[in-house]
Design a protein around this ligand. Structure first.
Ligand SMILES: Nc1nc2c(c(=O)[nH]1)N[C@@H](CN(C=O)c1ccc(C(=O)N[C@@H](CCC(=O)O)C(=O)O)cc1)CN2
Length: 298
């Protein structure tokens, strides 16, 4: 039987609608600022989609563009300016950053209450403790929504996450663990990744290596989530986007699978809107505004 192909665009539209509805209770529109440094074409596409959706849902959104030769101090100065502006609820620094800029130092400079990428150590720590008030990185948050649209209760499921990045692999594993799955992570030094993956009821690949996950890596009826989005040049010019999973092989074995494009990517952007709304709600409550359903932080 062929796998159910999960429609990430439709799920993302639903999240965006929920965000729009959630804004009704706020005294002002949430503000999202995106910093984009350098000329990476893929980053430009992603950032444009973020700013566009933010405006569509009714946020105030602004883009700070910096040149490819920007210094770390200049990026930090932009972050500091946005930290100081009360009407900005969410700050996102698009990755990768150019040159020798230290990503962890930049993430550490973002006000954790505005860290809508969930990459500040405080938010990463809150996630590892299972605390609900932290901000969760957008891609794993989107993956969880996709997975739970297929398997609402993950108790006892075996989930395997391929890749151990701060932005996807580690937070993904933490979320799956919190949802009571038994979680295994594999990475570059794992000895027999295929063997580990074959035991997975839920398989998430976040490596960026086209075709890494072959059909015979997949347990029959597993839910397969493909986070990879690699741009591969086409002989006739232009490019196509390919995932980590050999889709044509996997679709005959998996129970459900995300396509690339049209799977995880759109959910990443929709979850950024959800995080920005969450940040705005908490910040407004912390400032003494009464926001239904949000207790002021201690
Ligand atoms: N600060 C951040 N930087 C990066 C993140 C992130 O979450 N925060 N993730 C990735 C890139 N990314 C978001 O920024 C992202 C990647 C892919 C998509 C997406 O919608 N992909 C489409 C295809 C789009 C295309 O034509 O290229 C799809 O899969 O359907 C959205 C966001 C690294 N950087």
């Amino acid at each position: 039987m062929t796998a159910h192909v999960i429609d990430g665009r439709a799920l993302a539209r639903k999240v965006a609608e929920e965000v729009k509805a959630g804004m009704a209770a706020l005294p002002r529109a949430p503000g999202l600022a995106v910093i984009l440094a350098g000329d990476d074409p893929a980053s430009h596409v992603y950032v444009n989609s973020k700013v566009k959706l933010a405006r569509e849902v009714g946020f105030v959104s602004e883009l700070v563009r910096l040149p490819a030769d920007v210094t770390e101090e200049q990026v930090l100065a932009e972050v500091a300016k946005l930290n100081a502006r009360d009407e900005i609820d969410g700050i996102l620094v698009q990755l990768p950053l150019p040159g020798a800029i230290n990503t962890l130092r930049v993430m550490a400079a973002i006000d954790p209450a505005k860290d809508v990428d969930g990459l500040h150590a405080l938010n990463a720590g809150l996630l590892s403790q299972g605390a609900e008030r932290g901000l969760i990185p957008c891609t794993p948050l989107g993956c969880m929504k996709i997975i739970q649209s297929i398997v609402p209760d993950l108790t006892g499921s075996h989930a395997v996450v391929i890749g151990s990045s701060n932005i996807v692999g580690k937070p993904m594993a933490a979320l799956l663990l919190e949802a009571r799955a038994t979680v295994t992570m594999t990475h570059i030094h794992t000895r027999d990744t295929r063997f580990v993956c074959r035991g997975a009821d839920i398989l998430v690949s976040a490596v960026g290596k086209p075709g890494l996950v072959r059909g015979d890596w997949i347990k029959p009826r597993a839910v397969v989530i493909d986070v990879g989005t690699t741009r591969v040049p086409k002989p006739e010019g232009g490019h196509r986007i390919v995932g980590d999973v050999a889709f044509d092989e996997a679709k005959d074995i998996a129970g459900a699978i995300t396509p690339v494009p049209g799977g995880v990517g759109p959910m990443t952007i929709a979850c950024l809107m959800e995080n920005t709304l969450k940040a705005a709600r908490f910040r407004l409550a912390a400032a003494g505004r009464v926001i239904p359903g949000v207790a002021a932080l201690q």
